[in-house]
Design a protein around this ligand. Structure first.
Ligand SMILES: Nc1ncnc2c1ncn2[C@@H]1O[C@H](COP(=O)(O)OP(=O)(O)OP(=O)(O)O)[C@@H](O)[C@H]1O
Length: 284
């Protein structure tokens, strides 16, 4: 098991602590596959934590456990020091804690209800949770949230099938961010989009995260996007977390052979993203 560097943990407030998380799935009647094997890491308040690794390495299973969509076999997940798996305190405050933690999936086609118009999709969480929208009315809230992610009000009356993949993902992001989450989890949110749209969506995430300051668990295959967006990164391989730390340290001085191979496999850097990263670093 990989331990985090003590320097990383100093003076930082932890929002999520994943401790010795293990999860197996049955394959057929006899075989069991360990999808996540003794994984531990922290997500600090206000940081962007990336989780990378090849397909099947266990990233989504970790995300699903963090969001209570999947029950761990062992280990614990603490959110604001509350055990999300089996504590009474979590059950007592479940509604509030669920609003505070939002997830965006790779495929917005299946995560958005095809029979609902965009305006209803955006306001559904307010109706379900009986939350009074900040903008006064549900329609004003929907219009605000849509503009906020870069879509004009003409999209309010449309159905998901009338939108492009990038537009659908913007709607999914708007719905999640409307809840003003303290933790946003995005499971490969750009994987199904065209390369040009991927950069736009990653820029949108970066903008929203800076403005809202939520903690962000970003799962992706594209390492250049992870380097652009994330503060720290964890590398998963075959269910294990093989390396975790500051994103620049890991990219410049990878220690684990798998991380080295992963970084060596990155195609030549996108000059646009490199320039933008350099510009943004200058302003930070
Ligand atoms: N519900 C399930 N039932 C059985 N096996 C599962 C289930 N969910 C995940 N697995 C298996 O667990 C392993 C890890 O899957 P997981 O989806 O977490 O990986 P991943 O790194 O997110 O992959 P990808 O990048 O392709 O989404 C895989 O071998 C997968 O087949």
């Amino acid at each position: 098991m990989v331990e985090e560097c003590q320097n990383d943990a100093e003076n930082r407030e932890t929002l999520v602590a994943v401790n010795h998380l293990t999860k197996s799935f049955s394959i057929g009647k006899r075989n069991v596959h360990k999808a996540v094997d003794d994984v531990s890491f922290r997500i600090y308040k206000g940081e962007v934590f990336g989780l990378v690794g090849e397909s099947g390495s266990g990233k989504s299973t970790v995300a699903n456990c963090v969001m209570n969509l999947c029950k761990p076999d062992s280990g614990e997940i603490l959110y604001k020091e509350i055990d999300t798996c089996c504590s009474k305190e979590f059950r007592k405050n479940k509604k509030m804690l669920q609003c505070e933690r939002q997830i965006i999936f790779q495929d917005s086609t299946s995560s958005l209800n095809p029979r609902m118009k965009v305006k209803d999709i955006l306001t559904e969480p307010f109706r379900i949770q009986h939350i009074t929208p900040k903008r006064g009315t549900l329609s004003a809230e929907a219009a605000f949230q849509l503009t906020y992610v870069g879509l004009d009000n003409s999209y309010l009356e449309k159905y998901p099938s009338e939108l492009s993949g990038g537009q659908r993902q913007r709607v999914a992001i708007a719905r999640a961010v409307a809840m003003e989450p303290e933790l946003l989890v995005a499971d490969e949110p750009i994987a199904s989009l065209d390369v040009s749209i991927q950069a736009q969506i990653v820029n949108l995430f970066r903008h929203l995260q800076k403005e809202h300051g939520f903690s962000f668990l970003f799962i992706a295959h594209d390492l250049s996007m992870v380097r652009f967006l994330c503060d720290r990164v964890g590398v998963m391989h075959d269910g294990k977390l093989v390396e975790v730390g500051n994103v620049e340290d890991i990219f410049r001085h990878p220690k684990h052979p798998y991380t080295k191979a992963l970084i060596e496999s990155i195609p030549i850097p996108d000059p646009h993203m490199e320039r933008q990263r350099a510009r943004e670093k200058e302003h930070e």
